[in-house]
Write a protein that binds this ligand. Sequence first.
Ligand code: ATP
Ligand code: MG
Length: 154
Amino acid sequence: VASEKIDFHSLVQDSLESFWYLENRSQINIHVNITDTLAFYSDKKRISIILNNLISNAIKYHNVAGSNPIININITTTKDQGIIAIKDNGLGIPQEHLKSIFKMFYRVSSKIMGTGIGLFVVKEIVEKIDGKITVESEENKGTTFTVILPNQMK
Ligand code: ATP
Ligand code: MG
C-alpha cells in the first residue's frame, strides 16, 4: 500500500462535489471540521474510497421526512493515527441489521437505490491499511461511522 501525505480538505471537497447529483443533496447541511495539525500519511486512493462511500451513504440515507438533515464530517490527525467520523441524523439502521451491513450485497431496505457493496469494500480497505471501522446507529435518529487509521509517517 502507498504512503503519501493526505490532504483531507481536498479529498472531502472532491467527494462532496462529486455527489451534487444525489437527490435532495442541496437541502442537507454538511459541516466539515478537519483538525490536521499533524501531517498524516496513508494510501490516498483508499482514503478517498472510504470517504466517498461513507459520505454518499450519509447523503442517500438522510431522513426525507425529517426537518433539518445534517451531516458532520469530523477528521482529526495525531502523530499515531487519523480519526474520521461521519455522523448523520438520517434514517438510522435498526439494531438487528447492524452486524450485517458490512457483508457483501447486504441492504436494509430496497426503497433507495444501491448495490450493497459500498460498506463491504470500505471494511476490506480499512483492514488492508491496518485500520478499524465502527458504527453506532439508532433508527430514526441517525448513524455515525468512525474509522481509525494508523499514521504511516516514517
Ligand atoms: P452501494 O453499493 O451503492 O453503496 P448501498 O449504499 O446500499 O449500495 P452500502 O453502502 O454497503 O450499500 O450500505 C449497506 C446498507 O447499510 C444500505 O443499503 C443501508 O440500508 C445501510 N446504510 C449504510 N449507511 C447508512 C447510513 N448512513 N444511514 C442509514 N443506513 C445506512
Ligand atoms: Mg453505499
